[in-house]
Design a protein around this ligand. Structure first.
Ligand code: ZN
Length: 204
């Protein structure tokens, strides 16, 4: 897992960012590469819109999930069983083709005296989603962030997602879902806890 997550934080210094003008010119180049004419009326504002939308789609580079997860602990009288947040929708983009990955995250942990605000987990998923990703890395990163900040007895993360780079291009396999899991602590050492996690995630 360490090999995948060692490049964190992935943030770029503001001074290393290209200018608005450079970004818009790059989009015009891509429009010409696609075979269209960036000077036709319908495309005139497209470079500006794309630049703005990239800031939103990739806003995760400007955010540190540990800021979101940290210092938000709540004492919960004696509760020490599994906490599962399932079906967290996420959007990301694959780092190989820069096209969407659309999926759901299921996250669980076994508390060791402290719990997280439930919305914080969904927020951490969103932050990692709004970066260029592989599904494998994103799964490991979510688990590591919760492990590092909350120090629970164990973390389980499962992502299920459709990769548009497989659906729309290349092998063009629509509807196939990729599943990835990361288990730490007790989830890793005790297969029965993994089964319990899977059962809770699959239960409707
Ligand atoms: Zn791809």
């Amino acid at each position: 897992m360490d090999a995948i997550v060692k490049n964190f934080p992935q943030t770029v210094r503001e001074s290393d960012r290209p200018s608005q003008q450079e970004v818009e010119e790059a989009v015009r180049v891509l429009l010409r590469w696609a075979g269209d004419d960036p000077s036709r009326e319908g495309l005139l504002d497209t470079p500006t819109r794309v630049a703005k939308s990239y800031r939103e789609l990739f806003a995760g580079y400007d955010m540190d999930p540990e800021d979101v997860l940290g210092r938000t602990f709540e004492e919960v009288a004696g509760y020490d069983d599994m906490v599962v947040v399932k079906d967290i929708p996420f959007f990301s983009h694959c780092e190989h083709h820069m096209v969407p990955i659309i999926g759901k995250a299921h996250v669980a942990y076994l508390p060791d005296g402290r719990v997280l605000g439930l919305s914080k987990i969904a927020r951490a998923v969103e932050i990692y989603g709004r970066r260029l990703q592989t599904q494998e890395a994103m799964t490991a990163q979510i688990a590591k962030a919760i492990d590092d900040t909350l120090r629970p007895r164990g973390v389980a993360v499962m992502l299920e997602a459709e990769h548009m780079c497989m659906s729309m291009r290349g092998v063009q396999k629509q509807g196939s879902t990729t599943l990835t899991t990361t288990f730490t602590g007790t989830f890793k050492s005790d297969p029965a806890e993994q089964v319990r996690f899977m059962t809770m995630v699959r239960g409707r």
